[in-house]
Design a protein around this ligand. Structure first.
Ligand code: ARG
Length: 387
């Protein structure tokens, strides 16, 4: 019997390989989906899988992941201040795992999530939608392993892992961000130690101004240079990261209702979401902006909960795409000292009229306004008259 495991090369998923082989009696096939990992991480995962006697697949899904990211940009997607970096990648990883399982005629799909987090929901919802006939195995959850027990099991079975008691963090990274959990971060009153950060160490002190071009709501150029999606996001992660931009430290409400302290590094996400929103302010009508905020919150919640395959998500995407038809233009962003700030925006579809707003021009409707003003706040004035 064959089981296909979503494999990161980290502690939990490496322990899963052995558990699936020894406790569950499966032949294990590991799949590492590259949604923006370092070359080194990919090679290490490959080698580790080999040393664990698993047949291994590395799947490059960076381009495809950018399509997910671009949808999230159009949706201004955040959940409680989190740009959904991990949440967004899980459905794609799950989809790729299912594809391999079908090709390999496997009987089971597996993931290394614990029973406390969100990722189990995300993997399993997609697994069940795309391969309802396959069995789902979650060894870490089923064995109810703590992180310490995982470490001990790994040691006992000679599984090579870098996680130590001094650096016990659970880290997940992809093009849209880096999530850091565990260790001292579990005390929400303690400041995150500097050593956990990798993408947002300040190495550039002077402020820097960048310009992002958007077409139909998605970024296409950085400083007037056309870049492909992967390049653009990778480059922006570096540029904004050097200014320390994109650090997030929040208390997040997990799917199960558990409150969790989460630390993220999402430099490109922070800049692109900010810039996109400011361009929308210029080109969308007030009605669209206000209604879209409701849609954005729902879209983000669905993605956070792992309900990627929910038809409502696709229906909302159609609405969101319609709103992006005029979202063309350029946004200038100043990066300095942990902060990104929009300092200019322009668009051929701008609804802004200097003619109308300018203090230097006489208004031509003051007489008509008088009538309108009499009715503005009518009910409030009647209410106060009764007092
Ligand atoms: N709390 C975040 C989320 O639910 C991050 C999860 C990170 N996962 C991990 N295995 N470290 O999306």
């Amino acid at each position: 019997m064959k089981a296909v495991l979503a494999y990161s090369g980290g502690l939990d998923t490496s322990v899963c390989v052995k558990l699936l082989q020894e406790e569950y009696g499966y032949e294990v096939i590991t799949v590492t989906v590259d949604v923006g990992l370092e070359e080194k991480e990919l090679r290490e995962a490959e080698q580790k899988a080999k040393s664990l006697n698993a047949k291994h697949y590395t799947i490059n899904a960076k381009e495809e992941f950018c399509d997910y990211i671009f949808t999230a940009i159009k949706a201004n997607a955040t959940y409680e201040g989190y740009p959904l970096s991990t949440a967004l990648a899980r459905p794609l990883i799950a989809k790729k795992v299912v594809e391999v399982a079908k090709k390999e005629n496997a009987q089971a799909l597996a993931h290394g999530c614990t029973g406390k987090g969100n990722d189990q929901f995300r993997f399993e919802a997609v697994f069940r939608s795309l391969a309802p006939e396959m069995k789902i195995i979650a060894p870490i959850r089923e064995m109810n392993f703590t992180r310490r027990e995982s470490m001990e099991y790994a040691k006992k079975k000679n599984i090579p892992v870098e996680v130590t008691t001094e650096k016990p963090y659970s880290i997940d990274s992809n093009l849209w961000g880096r999530s850091i959990e565990g260790g001292v971060l579990e005390d929400p009153s303690i400041a995150p130690p500097e050593e956990i950060f990798e993408w947002t160490k300040i190495t550039k002190k002077e402020p820097e101004i960048i310009e992002i071009t958007f077409e139909k709501g998605v970024p296409t150029e950085l400083n007037n240079e056309k870049l492909d999606k992967v390049e653009l996001i990778t480059k922006l992660n570096k540029i904004a990261g050097m200014h320390g931009i994109g650090r997030i430290d929040i208390i997040e409400d997990r799917i199960l209702g558990i409150k969790s302290r989460e630390v993220y590094e999402c430099p490109a996400a922070e800049v692109l979401l900010l810039a996109h929103k400011s361009l929308e302010q210029l080109v969308l009508t007030r009605e669209t902006i206000k209604f879209k905020e409701i849609v954005e919150a729902k879209w983000s919640e669905l993605v956070y909960k792992g309900l990627w395959t929910e038809p409502l998500r696709e229906a909302l995407d159609v609405f969101i795409d319609k709103t992006q038809e005029n979202v063309y233009g350029k946004v200038k962003v100043m990066l300095s000292d942990k902060k990104a700030m929009v300092i200019g925006r322009s668009s051929p579809y701008s609804l802004y009229s200097k003619e109308i707003i300018s203090y230097d021009k006489k208004a031509d409707n003051n007489k008509e306004l008088e009538g309108l003003l009499k009715y503005h706040g009518l009910q409030a004035s009647l209410h106060h008259a009764k007092k």
